[in-house]
Each structure stands twice: as C-alpha cells, then as structure tokens.
Write a protein that binds this ligand. Structure first.
Ligand SMILES: Nc1ncnc2c1ncn2[C@@H]1O[C@H](COP(=O)(O)OP(=O)(O)OP(=O)(O)O)[C@@H](O)[C@H]1O
Length: 257
C-alpha cells in the first residue's frame, strides 16, 4: 500500500484570532515498506502533518489517500511521545487493546499479544502495570500495542524524546531490528538529526512559518549497518547536510521560544 500526501495545507486560528499557516503545499508519498522521517525545527508543523496523515486532524487544503490496498479502511498504528498506556491495564491488556477494538478473538489476542510482547523484549512483564515499568519499557509496550494490529502504516511522533540518551540509543537500535522483521511503512517525526539519518530511508526536511518541504533526502546507506565505523563519514555528511538546511530556522525558533 502506498500513502500519498497531496497539496496538503493547514491553517489554524490562534488565540489572538490571527491565521497561522502551519503547513503549505505539502506533497510526498510513503512507499510500501518505506521508513520516512519528518525532521525540522520546533513549530515547523511535524506533529500537525503526522496527525493529518493519521486522520486525527483534517487538512485545510489537499488530501491524503492510500493506493493499492484491499479497499478496506487502512489500519494505522500510532506511537506518541507521551506514553499513552492505560494505567489500569497490564502490559498484555494494553498491547491487545487495538485488537480487541477490532473485534479479534481471544485466541488471536493471545497469539499476537505474545508475539509482539516478545518482539519488543517485554516477555516476563505481561502482567505488570505501567507504573511498574521504566520509561523505555513503557515505550516498548506502546510500540507492541501499535504493532499488534499489524498496521498498513505505523506513525511515530517523537517516540523516544522523553527517554535518557542511552535508553534512546538502544531503542533506536531495537526499532531498526523490529522494522527489519515487520517491514512496516512508517512515518516517523523527530527533531533529532542523527536519529533521522540512522532510521530513515528518506528524510523530509521541513522549514517553518509556513511549514513547507525544504528538501527530501535519500539516505543511501545500508539500513542495518549505519552504526558501523565504515559509514561514520557518510553518516556525518548526511547529518551536516540536514543541519545546514535546518540551522537558520532553528535559530529563528529559538528567538521565539
Ligand atoms: N491547535 C492549534 N491552534 C493554533 N495553532 C496551532 C495549533 N496546533 C499547532 N499550531 C501551530 O502550528 C505550528 C506547527 O505546530 P506543530 O506542533 O505541528 O509543530 P512541530 O514541528 O510538531 O513542533 P514541535 O517540534 O515543537 O513539537 C506552530 O506554529 C503551532 O503554534
């Protein structure tokens, strides 16, 4: 299934009744099994765009559509920065939530619940409650919940930004391994350039005021080998290229903060 974002724009009315053009003329596609990263400075419209692609918000102009599917509504898996687990449900009950909502049988819930809990490394914690888990473990449970519905598109909005640096690095590595096993089409939002270069097949760089596509960069390094010394120089070159595209806007964002 291919996801097409066509001429999307979004205008908000702010508290002073002024029009804010958050997004303008956004055109791109996400191919089957492709991992696309949206990167840009604070306020460039990354989350707004992800919400529009996920159908959580409607665009002011343009459209998002899915090509080549079964004709049924596409299934989406979403992971947010804020770990949105139900505190009164165990890890297992959280992970199977989407499946239950979709009317899956008890047997299917058990099989898929077990499979995806294992995939994110939470086997043994099925009966734990969110408050008993570390930040990284909560986010793993959130990822398993999104994966368990076997989505046509996985949407991730800064999923690791609340984690400490070491946990974040480990989670990035694990996400690559998970992606390699599932090959899900993914749209991933971050403002961390290294994360974008490490994970993305393509990185879409957004500018701000209004949020527009500044550049789309193909990351031409083998996906599972990007941490290798062999690719260090190329990794840095991509990171510098993206930073040079963002730097001016990031400075402007800082002045407004
Ligand atoms: N509900 C809203 N009402 C008014 N303005 C909004 C609303 N939501 C977002 N905006 C504005 O739209 C622009 C884009 O916001 P958005 O949160 O999508 O950016 P972002 O790139 O995800 O930012 P960050 O990296 O800081 O999370 C900003 O200028 C923001 O102030």
């Amino acid at each position: 299934m291919r996801i097409v974002v066509e001429d999307v724009g979004k205008t908000f009315i702010d508290s002073k009744k002024n029009e804010v053009t958050a997004l303008k003329d956004i055109n791109f596609s996400i191919e089957q099994q492709e991992f696309v990263v949206l990167v840009g400075p604070s306020g460039c419209g990354k989350s707004t765009l992800l919400n529009i692609v996920g159908g959580l918000m409607s665009p002011s102009t343009g459209q998002v559509y899915f090509e080549g599917g079964s004709g049924k509504d596409p299934k989406l898996g979403i992971v947010f920065q804020e770990i949105a687990l139900f505190p009164w449900r165990t890890v297992y009950q959280n992970v199977i939530f989407g499946l239950q909502e979709n009317g899956a049988s008890k047997k299917e819930c058990e099989e898929k619940g077990k499979y995806y809990i294992d995939m994110v490394g939470l086997t043994g914690f099925e009966n734990a409650y969110p408050k008993q888990l570390s930040g990284g473990m909560k986010q793993r449970a959130g990822i398993a919940r999104a994966l368990s519905v076997e989505p046509d598109l996985l949407l991730m909005d800064e999923p690791f930004s609340a984690l400490d640096a070491q946990t974040r690095t480990l989670m990035q590595e694990e996400l690559l391994t998970i992606w390699d096993r599932t090959r899900l089409s993914t749209l991933y939002v971050t403002h961390n350039i290294q994360e974008a270069v490490y994970l993305g097949d393509r990185v879409i760089v957004l500018s701000r005021h209004p949020g527009q596509i500044k550049s789309i960069i193909n990351i031409d390094m083998p996906k599972m080998e990007r941490g290798n010394e062999k690719y260090r120089l190329q990794f840095e070159q991509y990171s510098n290229e993206i930073w040079n595209l963002i730097r001016h806007d990031a400075q402007e964002a800082l002045k407004e903060a």
